[in-house]
Design a protein around this ligand. Structure first.
Ligand code: GDP
Length: 300
């Protein structure tokens, strides 16, 4: 992860060290940290929060460099962990029952790749896994998901017909999952943001089918977000947050950006936990999110 976050890290670490390394943390240094955070795409809201916390602290005591860094790390970790107050800190499918993870996100964010990587992790961890290819609008998406399925030996339920109803694919995938004692069903959904109403209708229809046909399943709805889009990605995220009952975020392409700080903006603005991060195109390049690991990779 340290390597994956290399670009952001190079951007932040050296400057941060020189800012706080000059003596006790003071007002001028806090201003410089503010600029640094904005530059890493932490976003105005999250940056304000961090700066306020730092200012409150220096009012009480001037922090020597090491303590200042440690304190900053703690603020960041606490921010990233805050959404976990409402849900489990550990994000794994429950064994011996059906878990359904709906994967949403705008086209190009890395949805298909993430599903492939998740299927791989699940398979390796001994889960009985299945993929539902409900992004039926893009024929290529279905083909691509099949390629990923084949890589990790996970079967893909798809409907070969033209203009297939995604909800019908979800229905079939749930039926297959129930017949086979599947433990994790990963569902790829459409990501056309051009038509917001269609997208919302489609996602809510899928959700209705899931709730009705698999009422005893544990359902998670994960939004895949491209970290390289920074604040723009967040605007898209808000549309999905309205359309799908999101329970978490997968942040992809952290390897390709100097704006990895967007993770903090995501959590602050959406109040959703980040559950996985993608830092590469390969099947192994997805890992469960840990605030500790992330903050260490960012500024440790
Ligand atoms: P989808 O349209 O949302 O299904 O997106 P895809 O899964 O097809 O991914 C779009 C592009 O992003 C592909 O070229 C992927 O290889 C690439 N990609 C996905 N995740 C990552 C990541 O974590 N890091 C990098 N560098 N590329 C990624």
């Amino acid at each position: 992860l340290r390597q994956g976050l290399g670009k952001t890290r190079r951007n932040i670490v050296n400057q941060l060290k020189s800012i706080v390394g000059q003596g006790p943390l003071n007002q001028a240094a806090v201003m410089e940290i503010e600029a640094l955070l904005l530059q890493a795409d932490v976003g105005v809201e999250a940056t304000d929060y961090i700066i306020e916390a730092l200012q409150n602290q220096i009012k009480q005591a001037a922090l020597p460099p090491d303590a200042a860094i440690a304190y900053l790390k703690k603020i960041l970790r606490d921010m990233l962990d805050r959404p976990l107050q409402n849900c489990s800190p550990i994000f794994v499918p429950e064994k011996d029952r059906l878990n359904i993870w709906l994967i949403t996100g705008v086209n190009g964010a890395g949805k298909t790749t993430t599903i492939g990587k998740l299927a791989h992790i699940a398979q390796k961890s001994g889960y009985n896994c299945l993929i539902g290819a409900a992004d039926t609008f893009r024929a290529a998406a279905v083909e691509q998901v099949k390629v990923w399925g084949a890589r990790s030996n996970v079967e893909v339920i798809a409907n070969p017909g033209k203009n297939t109803d995604p909800a019908a694919v979800v229905f079939d995938a749930i039926a297959a999952a129930q017949a086979r004692n599947t433990e994790l069903l990963l569902v790829d959904t459409a990501g056309r943001l051009q038509n917001k109403k269609n997208l919302m209708d489609e996602l809510s229809k899928i959700r209705r089918i899931v709730d009705k046909k698999a009422s005893d399943a544990r359902v998670e709805s994960l939004l895949v977000l491209d970290a390289t889009l920074g604040q723009n990605g967040l605007r898209q995220a808000e549309v999905f947050a309205q359309a799908a009952q999101l329970s978490g975020v997968v942040l992809t392409k952290l390897d390709g950006t100097a704006k990895g700080g967007v993770a903090l903006a995501v959590v602050q603005q959406l109040n959703l936990p980040i559950r996985f991060i993608g830092a590469g195109e390969g099947i192994e390049d997805l890992r469960p999110f840990s605030s500790y690991e992330f903050v260490e990779a960012l500024i440790g």
